[in-house]
Ligand binder design. Structure first.
Ligand code: GUN
Length: 294
């Protein structure tokens, strides 16, 4: 088993982003600027947004975290998004998901100017991604593709099985793996809650992407000898063993599956760190205006 080491790859790419950011700032006289809106105080979302903000600062971006309590209305949130869309000092905007039930995430996603949509969730970016056109690619799938690229994992002609069809990970991941690009060119099966014989599907995979949000869902009996296994799960459980008071578990039973996999991502230290890289790269591109002209 070889480790797909998110710590190592993200640190390396972060250094490149730092250098590029310094050059951008020297030339333009301003830093790339990311705004993150967080509604409510979901523990996971708090942690992710804090990490995004911290990493922005680390590479030399300006970052702003706007917080609202859960009683903000959809209209108020959309009004704030429109204000940010019109503010030329802001390059990227993300609204952390999930949102409270009274706010429609699709409406929020579509309210964001697609040229500032560094999450890559807007239908224009998703459509352009599917067509292989320049666009913002959702951060987690983007980070996974960078990881596969870094380790030179062969994808062309391989059978990839994605477990979970979320808008954030599973669905865009299936598109990226199937695209005519490198990495890419896989034969992709997107599995979900209604898939029959899920175990059989996963067993046939050369590349497995587990993004279902259930602790240790993918077991050793489901994985082919020599498969590449990407674990997107970040399942938090309270724990007295850690300083933070919680422990993270992936969607893959790492201990058992790592005995069969040729390559595997750990949790933590795998995909989560690469997601940050995807977001930072998108934000830098937004500031530079290389994907959409400013
Ligand atoms: N919630 C879980 N992952 C993400 C992400 O990549 N972006 C946003 N905005 N919310 C998320």
């Amino acid at each position: 088993m070889n480790l797909l080491d998110g710590k190592l790859v993200s640190a390396k790419i972060k250094e490149d982003i730092k250098v590029e950011t310094a050059a951008f700032t020297a030339k333009s006289g301003r830093k790339p600027h990311l705004v993150a809106i967080l509604v409510g105080n979901d523990g996971g979302s708090e942690t992710y947004v804090a990490s995004k903000m911290r990493n922005c600062e680390l590479v030399g971006f300006e970052s702003t975290n706007i917080r609202y309590s859960t009683d903000i209305t959809e209209e108020e949130l959309i009004a704030k998004i429109r204000e940010i869309n019109a503010d030329s000092s802001i390059d990227g905007l993300i609204v952390q998901l999930p949102l409270p039930k009274h706010i429609d995430p699709d409406k929020i996603t579509e309210a964001i100017d697609y040229r500032k949509d560094v999450d890559g969730f807007h239908p224009i970016n998703l459509g352009r991604m599917q067509r292989n056109l320049p666009c913002f690619i959702p951060a987690t799938p983007y980070g996974i593709m960078l990881m596969l690229e870094h380790y030179g994992i062969e994808t062309a002609g391989k059978k990839a099985v994605v477990v979970g069809r979320s808008n954030i990970v599973g669905s865009p991941m299936s598109i990226l793996l199937a695209r005519n690009s490198n990495p890419g060119n896989c034969t992709v099966t997107l599995t979900h809650s209604r898939t029959e014989n899920l175990k059989g599907e996963v067993l046939a995979a050369d590349i497995v992407v587990a993004a279902i949000g259930r602790k240790n869902f993918v077991t050793a009996e489901m994985v082919k000898e020599g498969a590449v296994v990407i674990d997107v799960g970040i399942n938090r459980e309270t724990s007295s063993e850690t300083k933070s008071g919680y422990k993270l578990y992936g969607d893959v039973d790492f201990e058992a599956v790592s005995q069969k996999a040729s390559w595997i991502t750990p949790v933590p230290g795998g995909v989560g760190l690469m997601t940050i890289i995807g977001l930072l790269k998108n934000t830098l591109e937004a500031a530079k205006g290389t994907i959409y002209e400013k």
